[in-house]
Ligand binder design. Sequence first.
Ligand code: ADP
Length: 161
Amino acid sequence: MKIAIYPGSFDPITKGHLDILKTGAEIFDKVIIAVAYNSAKKGFLPVTERVELIRKSIEGLDNVEVDSFDGLTIEYAKKKGAKVLIRGLRAVSDFEYELQLSQANSALCEDIRTVFLTTKPKYNFISSSTIKEIYVNNGDISKFVSEPVYKYLMDLKKNTK
Ligand code: ADP
């Protein structure tokens, strides 16, 4: 069984992430999308909420599991029996960081490979940070996130006013 991990912050999950996930689910037998606890990045939403929002956004993707993890991605992958990490590439600007990260991971564990996927062009520019910026400035984010994420963020705004 070919298992792949799609690790990331997903703060929150976007249509870009979902497009990558869908492609991954077509290629691999099982994809585990896993929210990483990252001590270096101050999060926007708590990890538990991010996991819940992913769960609500993946209807129809039957071979996808949602989880969160602490510590090294390769240790988590080993624990799950996965040999592949999925990462997304948007532009050249992602490439340098992603290549370095994938090489560091293969230096730590040779058996685990990273595959890079791209989205449909219409989702390519979407990032969680762009969405947050539009959201805090009261712009329309409905095109960039799933219905459950949109609803959650709109309710959050209402309740924090
Ligand atoms: P991280 O903090 O680990 O970079 P993110 O949640 O920002 O986590 O992204 C997870 C992965 O998804 C990264 O590999 C990122 O490049 C990729 N990604 C995010 N948005 C897009 C997009 N619109 N198109 C392609 N890849 C994307």
